[in-house]
Design a protein around this ligand. Structure first.
Ligand code: BTN
Length: 253
């Protein structure tokens, strides 16, 4: 049975700069694995690659969870995808559709972004002191005026009335299950589910990582959380980080 107590204590704030910052400070002070920070609004919410993340007060689930997984942080690579999977499963309990996971850690519903995941990891000096903070932002009741273009919310997509609080419980349950599997070293089934849910699978994409630009057909994800691309020359390339966009299909010459 899932250990629901994993995500405790849940510390709820009215307003914070970013739940990531609040939880990072608690982690430095020795907070235990499972400590969760939730806020109604963020004044300096962050997304990946230095982007900001904003949501009107009370319309989104804004949370960060502290985990202290076993092993060195170099082995925590799959965590972004596993957190995305937890979010996808949680949202799916409220809708008829099936959420997709856009590598490395966006969750799409009906092809539009409904949630994002931000992972921060810090190696500690003493055993058990390393920390992983999984930040999750889910547009829950946000209407079109509060959403960036190409984004949606759970309510907009499903038409159902769901609260950020409902989703907090569902994400907690899903993440606890996946975290237990990760700690036991048994994430084969979750990786297969991520493969099935992978956005752009079989399509030609471009991944940009700083000055690096990789292109190929999306074939799946690796055990370390990398994206597996089949390049034009037929070789498989494992991409560890970057921003993915759908690319133009190459024309044979
Ligand atoms: C992304 O899509 O780029 C990731 C977005 C992550 C947003 C969440 S909201 C809760 C937590 N606090 C933050 O400042 N960011 C994450």
């Amino acid at each position: 049975m899932t250990d629901r107590s994993l995500f405790r204590p849940v510390i709820h704030f009215d307003s914070v700069t970013s739940t990531m910052d609040v939880l990072a400070a608690l982690a430095r002070d020795g907070a235990t694995s499972g400590t969760t920070v939730v806020a109604d609004v963020q004044t300096g919410g962050r997304g990946r690659s230095g982007r900001s993340w904003a949501a009107p007060r009370g319309t989104a689930l804004l949370m960060s969870v502290l985990l202290r997984p076993p092993g060195p942080i170099a082995t925590w690579g799959p965590f972004a995808l596993l957190t995305g999977l937890a979010v996808a499963r949680a949202i799916d309990t409220h809708g008829d559709g099936r959420c997709e996971i856009k590598w490395p850690n966006d969750v799409l519903i009906g092809g539009r972004k409904v949630a994002g995941v931000l992972i921060a990891a810090r190696e500690g000096g003493a055993p058990g002191s390393s920390a992983l903070i999984a930040g999750i932002g889910i547009n829950v009741t946000t209407d079109a005026s509060g959403l960036p273009s190409r984004a949606t919310s759970v309510m907009q997509h499903t038409g159902r009335s769901v609260s950020p609080r409902d989703l907090l419980d569902d994400v907690g349950i899903a993440l606890a299950e996946l975290y237990a599997e990760f700690c036991q070293g048994s994430i084969r089934d979750p990786l297969e589910e991520i493969h099935q849910r992978l956005a752009f699978r079989g399509q030609y994409v471009v991944v940009e990582d700083g000055s690096r630009r990789l292109q190929g057909w999306v074939r799946g994800v690796g055990h370390d959380g990398s994206l597996l691309l089949e390049a034009l020359d037929g070789t498989t390339v494992a991409v560890r980080s970057g921003e993915l966009t759908r690319g133009p299909v190459p024309v044979p010459v």
